[in-house]
Ligand binder design. Structure first.
Ligand SMILES: O=c1ccn([C@H]2C[C@H](O)[C@@H](COP(=O)(O)OP(=O)(O)OP(=O)(O)O)O2)c(=O)[nH]1
Ligand SMILES: [Mg+2]
Length: 161
């Protein structure tokens, strides 16, 4: 992993800069600058109070936090969100409460997501009539085998093929 310099602007003077919890972490935590309560199945677009300028050839991806996902069923509707290098607006996080029963409450300053900055390639698309062959060809969507999906009426699970 290498370091890259990224310009950042605070739109809210009290907001902390995104922080990596440990050396070597890929994700820097983002906080919400507002309180929010999401009922089961609800979503919200939460402001983070920061804007960045990425160098050309980079993008930032807004990823869910696994702790929020495991404990509360919270994820991001568009995971991972894509922040383009040219985007200068406020980074926002589209959270969703997937829990079927419990509401979730966010308070200003809570860490709601993490930002992963990566080098990206842009493609030059070359249109062709036929694509070159490959071992996988057009196999996909479970073509390599079944998996167990537990049905509500079947504790043993159901073999999907
Ligand atoms: O989770 C996200 C995703 C995107 N963005 C910002 C940065 C990104 O550069 C811009 C546009 O995102 P995207 O291209 O995913 O959305 P779109 O619906 O295609 O909008 P646009 O037409 O503006 O490209 O919105 C965020 O702040 N958070
Ligand atoms: Mg877009």
């Amino acid at each position: 992993m290498s370091d890259v310099d990224v310009l950042i602007r605070r739109l809210d003077p009290e907001v902390p800069l995104p922080t990596y919890a440990h050396p070597g972490d890929a994700g820097a935590d983002l906080v919400t600058t507002v309180d929010a309560k999401l009922g089961p199945g609800e979503r919200a677009v939460l402001p983070t109070g920061i804007a960045i300028a990425l160098p050309d050839g980079y993008a930032a991806f807004v990823h869910p936090r696994s702790g929020l996902a495991a404990k509360y069923g919270v994820s991001l509707v568009n995971a991972p969100g894509t922040v383009d290098a040219g985007y200068r607006g406020e980074i926002k996080v589209i959270v969703v409460n997937h829990d079927p029963r419990e509401p979730v409450v966010f308070r200003r300053g809570d860490r709601i997501a993490q930002l992963v900055i990566q080098k990206v390639e842009r493609a030059r698309f070359h249109e062709v009539a036929e694509l070159p062959g490959s071992a996988r060809a057009d196999g996909g969507f479970g073509s390599t085998g079944g998996y167990r999906a537990a049905g509500a009426d079947n504790e043993q699970g159901r073999e999907e093929t």
